[in-house]
Write a new protein. Structure first.
Length: 711
């Protein structure tokens, strides 16, 4: 057995076993089948004779089990004939369900393989159930990625009759309890929910999250098909690597002091004799620290399949002012009156938000606000440009309102469900259009030509929770090969509007704000700027920043969204410290709203001016986010690091803190001067060679820069 990559080995009880692979898979002494394992420098996956598997971690010369032997790859079979349809449609399927979770191991083989993700070593296992199914599992460990395992699972009907299958499960495990007093488990999930919950949460008693990648509400769905569960010092990530979105779930559930997770597909299919059911390629990854490294690894592995977020235009890192402070009732006079203050404070983007259009779906200027129509829109853009700023326009594609000309003239573009009903978009009281329909794509390309090419805008703000995911489409006019075409080709719609905008202005900025949803990774190839998407707290600003810097790249143009949405409505520190572009929606000199005013008071103006100066002095959004250095759940105070021009910038957050903090990532043997870069570069301490701790006392945030003294 090599030290870098272990061969398949049979683990006979009480003795080291030779490599034995063959039909019958009996152990070296001719007895019953024993366990089979595949391992690398970090991960061990073992299978028992019933093809149940156990995960273990190799650390410090030893091996520690993370799970028991779990029925990890299972099938759910429906018993009996399907119910006959009624006059009202399909009848409820109330057939009993048999969970097939034991497959007698009958064959095993290993081989060196080459994959899209690099070279590795693969173990192929075949098992038979007592209920007429054969299961084949291929586990691949990659030479360049210790701790990562790929799992390809296939189920085959080896019986003589067709049978219906309701669901499958892959890599389903229950993690053993964390050490007593160690803080339990935390989780990241990439699913979207209508309550816009945190993406990063503690796994408390009763925690149960399905994490469905389809629609979890009428207009909330899609996401990144990865979950991560970690305790102090050890984590496990699970997801799939398919190049299109799949309607699967990644459930995470607290089971007493343990945590279960897995990859699950739920769709009734009929398997004829000899027919197979293939699951998406799954991956399991063991890691230290929190979820950042796992998401970064997922990004790199998807990159090996051609998925890369675009390099943002330089202007994507400029501070942003948005007219949404006036909401839909804005007027041109209000916007024009605010622009001088926007310019004075140093915000380089002016964004015209919702309310400029005649109706949702009718993307023409509202004559009540733009009496001259297109001419008024062009004049506004010219005013913004004359101030040395760039102009961005809000749109909500894929949404069309009842009563709009778009709906009247182009009903064929609607996304329809299996009953022929349109899919509702709640916020705008609108309906979905189908993103996979060529006509829908042609319409968004034409709109980009008008917005960027004719009106002269420098970018667009593509907005709406409905844009993150769509339901299957049954509209017969679209001639879909499968209803899931709409789901799997949503990214093509993104490609059309991104390419159309950049064909007109190569440095145009395409911002996508999916309003509280967990960004769908498959769409990220066509996003220049991703904001915190309507954060509910400063905590969301920060952990969404960590997440998106992992998924889109450490120097991606993440924006903190309107600072007015942060804690207290003025927490610029949470955006600046994680390397986010700053953004605001203040109103000035007046705010016509009787309540919920965002008026820039003299006190606010002083603070806004200060933070624009801090942001522009350091431009940390352009730096490299170092999410691997701190665990966002277990390291206290909460810590983030951005490296810019070889210098480390630290951000610490706590309600109150008094005590030492470790400055990780410093070069050994060097001395550092530590300064508070948000408060005039005031020195707060020095670090001698061989040390990395400093005493800090702060409330809410401390933003520090480590300046080498021996540079």
């Amino acid at each position: 057995m090599t030290t870098r990559r272990a061969f398949v080995q049979w683990l006979a009880a009480g003795a080291a076993s030779p490599i034995l692979v063959g039909v019958g898979v009996r152990d070296a002494r001719g007895g019953e089948p024993s366990r089979v394992a595949l391992r690398d420098d970090r991960l061990v996956i073992e299978f028992d004779p019933a093809m149940r598997s156990r995960l273990a971690v190799r650390r410090g010369g030893g091996t520690r089990a993370l799970t028991r032997f779990d029925a990890s790859e299972t099938l759910e079979q429906l018993i009996g004939p399907a119910p006959a349809p009624t006059s009202d449609g399909p009848a409820p399927d109330t057939r009993p369900v048999r969970t097939i979770d034991r497959f007698a191991l009958v064959d095993a083989a290993h081989a060196d393989v080459s994959t899209a993700f690099g070279a590795g070593r693969q173990l192929r296992l075949v098992g038979r159930s007592a209920h007429g199914f054969e299961k084949t599992v291929r586990i691949t460990l990659l030479d360049a990625r210790p701790g990562v395992a790929l799992l390809d699972t296939q189920f085959r009907n080896v019986g003589t009759q067709p049978t219906d299958v309701r669901a499958w499960n892959v890599a389903a495990h229950r993690l053993l309890p964390a050490a007593a007093g160690a803080g339990g488990y935390w989780t990241y999930s990439g699913a979207s929910h209508a309550d816009r919950r945190d993406w990063v949460q503690p796994v408390k008693a009763g925690f149960d999250q399905r994490n469905f990648m389809g629609m979890n509400a009428s207009d909330y769905g899609g996401g990144t098909p990865v979950v991560d569960v970690w305790r102090r010092g050890q984590g496990i990530a699970l997801g799939h690597l398919d190049i299109v979105p799949r309607l699967v779930s990644l459930p995470v559930k607290a089971v007493r002091d343990e945590v279960s997770l897995g990859l699950r597909g739920e769709q009734t299919v009929t398997l004829a004799p000899g027919a197979t059911l293939d699951t998406p390629t799954a991956f399991v990854m063991l890691h230290d620290g929190d979820y950042f490294v796992a998401l970064d690894t997922y990004r790199q592995m998807m990159g090996a399949q051609g998925f890369h977020a675009p390099r943002p235009p330089a202007s994507a890192y400029e501070p942003i002012w948005c007219a949404w402070g006036y909401e839909r009732q804005f007027s041109l006079d209000y916007v024009r009156a605010t622009l001088p203050k926007v310019q004075e404070l140093g915000f380089k983007w002016a964004v015209l938000d919702d309310g400029w259009q005649r109706r949702t779906g009718d993307w023409v200027p509202d004559r009540a606000k733009f009496p001259a129509g297109d001419a008024d829109m062009k004049a506004l853009v010219d005013d913004i440009h004359a101030r040395g700023q760039k102009a961005r326009l809000w749109i909500a594609p894929l949404a069309v309102a009842p009563g709009s000309d778009e709906l009247h003239d182009h009903t064929d573009m609607l996304l329809l469900d299996a009953d022929g009903a349109p899919q509702a978009i709640t916020w705008w009281n609108s309906f979905y259009l189908c993103p996979a329909y060529e006509k829908t794509q042609a319409h968004i390309a034409a709109l980009m030509k008008k917005v960027i090419g004719e009106w002269g805008f420098d970018g667009v703000k593509i907005d709406g929770q409905h844009l993150n995911g769509v339901a299957p489409c049954y509209n017969p006019a679209h001639r879909h090969a499968r209803p899931e075409d709409s789901v799997e080709h949503l990214a093509d719609f993104y490609r059309v509007f991104h390419d159309a905008a950049h064909a007109i202005k190569p440095d145009a900025v395409v911002e996508v704000c999916p309003c509280g949803t967990a960004y769908a990774f498959h769409n990220m190839r066509y996003i220049d700027q991703a904001p915190a998407s309507d954060p509910l707290s400063s905590w969301q600003v920060r952990h969404k920043g960590k997440t998106l810097k992992a998924l889109m790249g450490a120097s991606s143009a993440y924006a903190g969204d309107h600072v007015e949405l942060s804690d207290g409505g003025r927490d610029f520190a949470s955006a600046v410290g994680v390397g986010a572009v700053i953004s605001t929606k203040f109103t000035w000199p007046v705010d016509p709203k009787p309540k919920d005013s965002f008026l820039l008071t003299p006190e606010h103006e002083q603070a806004w001016r200060h933070w624009v100066e801090v942001y522009n002095a350091h431009r940390l959004a352009e730096g490299r986010y170092r999410g691997e250095l701190y665990d966002i759940a277990f390291d206290k105070p909460e810590a983030h690091v951005v490296e810019k021009d070889g210098v480390l910038h630290y951000a610490f957050y706590a309600e109150r803190w008094s005590g030492p903090v470790a400055l990780r990532g410093l070069q050994p043997g060097r001395s550092y001067r530590i300064v508070d870069y948000a408060n005039g570069n005031r020195e707060v301490g020095r670090i001698a060679p061989g040390h990395d701790a400093i005493a800090l006392r702060f409330e809410h945030a401390a933003l520090l820069r480590a300046e080498p003294l021996d540079a």
